[in-house]
Write a protein that binds this ligand. Structure first.
Ligand SMILES: C[S@@+](CC[C@H](N)C(=O)[O-])C[C@H]1O[C@@H](n2cnc3c(N)ncnc32)[C@H](O)[C@@H]1O
Length: 394
């Protein structure tokens, strides 16, 4: 979508066509071709395409922005790169809690983070190199009745000092696709390093190597409903610990830091025998290297020094891990395992695995299951040996 087509969409005629496109799309179900045909009878091909694309993106945008998406504007890439509202709201809440009042978003895209900052009461300004995204971010603030200024500028040339906090979410996609090399980010890592010498927050890929995080900077991994979405680096007065895992779920938000880890000699850090309960830590916890903090929290230990399963003799509900009751140990060898599952009438099997070379789908086929029972098995290494545990989630 070019700037002209987007500006037209904001006119009265554009808004009318967008409303028609949205209605057509809702009514059309899967038949979006029919919706296109109907729109084309009343508008130019370009305007019809702009309206229909926008209506389609609004539907897709609900996964990230909930009901707000129906009033927002997107570009396909801008939506894909945008921070989901729940995660952006958490970031904005942290900024507010730090008593920051003003934030400069250096590469604001369609405004995912800017919107959350404005909703949290921060005075936000955003810049982006891409004029279409700037127009979209401006339109989003206006559509949601939020204050904030957005303009076209190169983030790397700006003086950020007038703002309490600088925020950046560098694009991690180049013309060749997704990039894992931090020097290929735009703006690049050298810019990020510079920002991290002041009060700032930088959103980065969850796979960021720990050794890249500068000393004194906090790295926070955030998951939303079990999926790790991002890491954020917090510097200056915004850094409150070294590593943090923040887990957003049905019950709200919970956070674990390296300070929750076991002290030397305390339960949590050691490998121990499998107890009555097994815990599978959330991905954010694993990325943050805080598995032993979960072990300490459930008064347990690790099943293996290098494997992210925790075991304990006690059942705890924790937002940081999924818990299972260990029912029994089953044979690890495939033939004997097949016989054991047959004996128990297992017809549907969930296979969890960690630290062993197994492809669950292939194994499930080879196990040739028959029976009425549902079951879950965990394949892992315990004290260096391949082990199968029959478990029940709680
Ligand atoms: C990952 S997106 C930001 C998404 C945004 N946080 C959101 O939630 O919608 C990164 C943005 O940085 C912009 N960008 C990259 N280099 C830039 C630069 N030097 N100056 C300004 N913007 C830049 C890109 O155009 C892109 O829109």
């Amino acid at each position: 979508m070019d700037l002209e087509a987007f500006r037209w969409l904001l006119t009265d005629d554009g808004q009318e066509l967008l409303a028609v496109a949205a209605r057509d799309l809702e009514g059309a179900g899967d038949d979006s071709l029919a919706a296109v045909e109907r729109l084309r009878r009343t508008a130019s091909a370009e305007h019809a395409a702009a309206a229909l694309t926008q209506a389609t993106l609004r539907v897709r945008g609900r996964a990230k922005f909930g009901d707000l998406a129906d009033r927002m504007y997107f570009t396909p890439d801008g939506l894909e790169q945008a921070t989901r509202l729940r995660v952006a709201e958490h970031r904005a809440a942290r900024l507010v809690a730090s008593s920051a009042r003003t934030v400069l978003d250096l590469g604001c895209g369609i405004g995912g983070d800017l919107i959350a900052a404005a909703r949290a009461g921060l005075v936000g300004a955003g810049v982006d190199l891409d004029p279409v995204r700037v127009a979209v971010a401006q339109a989003n603030l206006a559509a949601l009745g939020l204050p904030g200024a957005v303009s076209v500028a190169d983030a790397t040339t700006l003086d950020t000092t007038p703002f309490d906090v600088a925020f950046a979410d560098p694009a991690r996609r180049s013309a060749r696709g997704r990039t894992f090399d931090v020097d290929d980010w735009t703006p690049p890592w050298s810019f990020v390093e510079g920002l991290l010498t002041r009060d700032s927050c930088v959103k980065v890929a969850p796979g960021i190597p720990h050794e890249l995080v500068p000393a004194g900077v906090e790295a926070e991994w955030v998951s939303d409903h079990g999926e790790v979405k991002e890491a954020a680096l917090w510097s200056g007065r915004l850094a409150t610990t070294e590593r943090r895992a923040t887990v957003i779920g049905e019950g709200g938000l919970a956070t674990l830091t390296d300070e929750d880890g076991p002290a030397a000699g305390e339960a949590g850090g050691q490998v121990r025998a499998v107890g009555g309960y097994l815990y599978e830590p959330d991905g954010a916890v694993i990325r943050a290297g805080l598995v032993t903090a979960v072990a300490a929290g459930v008064q347990g230990g690790l099943v293996d020094e290098h494997i992210a399963y925790v075991t304990s003799d006690q059942a705890f509900r924790t937002p940081f891990a999924r818990g299972y009751t260990v029912l029994e140990e089953l044979p690890y060898r495939e033939k004997a395992l097949r016989a054991a599952l047959r004996e128990r009438g297992v017809g549907r099997l969930t296979i969890k695995k960690r630290g062993v070379d197994v492809v669950p789908e292939q194994l499930r086929k080879r196990l040739d299951l028959h029976g009425e029972q549902d079951a879950t098995i965990v394949l892992t290494r315990v004290a260096g040996h391949g082990t199968t545990l029959l478990v029940r989630p709680f």
